[in-house]
Write a protein that binds this ligand. Structure first.
Ligand code: ZN
Length: 308
């Protein structure tokens, strides 16, 4: 089946066909390589005695060289001239991404990730626990929304939101669309099958779009479940600065882009263009700083309205 990615000529975030080829600058993290492609980078001991002797002799030098000049698994990337979105030239295999996220953030995920990326152990427990402006995540989101729109008695859906615990703290019906069988948070009803989805006056896509091959297709699908004048909240991490993404886009910079658990790199411009391309009206957008030292990246929060 063809999708927009197979055509290789359009941005999977905004639909524009103006892309700059960046070459093999996508640097696949070892854990990503293992989970998505079932591949590990390896060196082998030679079966030839003399070669084996040389290998043994030069091992310390090889180890030093590989630290200074590591071998990486590299893929071709593209930058969108319309929205600064950086994407892999070829979409990742869907079944591979499903394997990557199958047990996301559970013990088995953390254990395997730490095997490939030992530094992850230090931050695994703190991920998702950030505060902003001295407030916990739910209080901060609730305040931010209340200063912009009236959500009282809304029907709210957290799309792909695990147990739904990060929905805003306002009265109303609360649902989470989640295919894994995680226990929903108190007061939240889990919908496990897309055919059961209704229309909602508020939907959030919180830290979801950085994980999907086709963000524009997903936002269009989700927007179809918005009531007229309903709101869509998008939150995505900002792993690279807007300046960095802009310099990739203009060809001013030629350096690696890491591909790990986040396959998409967002900035305010790309979120804004995504919302517009999905036919929604942008109400508010902001880069939000987070405070705990373990969460290195800030994130972008945007609110859009279904005005049609
Ligand atoms: Zn684009």
């Amino acid at each position: 089946m063809m999708n927009s990615g197979d055509l290789m000529n359009s941005c999977r975030n905004c639909g524009a066909s103006t892309l700059r080829e960046l070459g093999f600058i996508g640097n696949l993290a070892p854990f990503f390589l293992k989970r998505v492609y079932r591949i590990e980078l390896a060196t082998r001991i030679s079966s030839h005695p003399f070669k084996r002797f040389i290998q043994k002799l030069t091992a310390p030098i090889q180890s030093l060289v590989s630290r200074i000049q590591p071998a990486i698994a590299a893929i071709e990337m593209q930058s969108c001239l319309n929205c600064s979105f950086v994407q892999s030239k070829f979409p990742f295999p869907e079944e591979g991404l499903a394997r990557l996220y199958a047990d996301y953030r559970s013990d088995s995920y953390n254990k395997e990730r730490c095997h490939y990326e030992p530094y992850y152990a230090a931050i695994a427990n703190q991920i998702g626990q950030h505060t902003e402006r001295g407030l916990d995540r739910i209080t901060a989101l609730t305040k931010w929304l209340e200063s912009r729109v009236n959500l009282s008695e809304a029907s709210m859906l957290d799309y792909g939101g695990a147990n739904g615990q990060f929905l805003p703290n306002v009265p109303g019906e609360k649902y989470v669309f989640e295919i894994s069988d995680i226990e929903p948070y108190a007061g939240v009803i889990r919908i496990a099958d897309a055919s059961q989805l209704q229309t909602y006056s508020y939907i959030q896509l919180s830290h979801v779009l950085e994980h999907v091959n086709e963000p524009l297709i997903m936002v269009r699908q989700v927007a179809a479940f918005l009531a007229k004048d309903g709101y869509l909240l998008i939150e995505v991490p900002q792993d690279s600065s807007s300046d960095f993404l802009k310099r990739l886009q203009t060809g001013d910079l030629n350096c690696d882009v890491g591909v790990h658990e986040h396959i998409n790199n967002y900035c305010e411009l790309s979120v804004q263009k995504l919302i517009e391309a999905a036919g929604l009206q942008l109400i508010s957008i902001e880069a939000v700083p987070v405070e705990n030292p373990s969460a290195k990246q800030n994130f972008i929060r945007a609110l859009a309205k279904n005005w049609q």
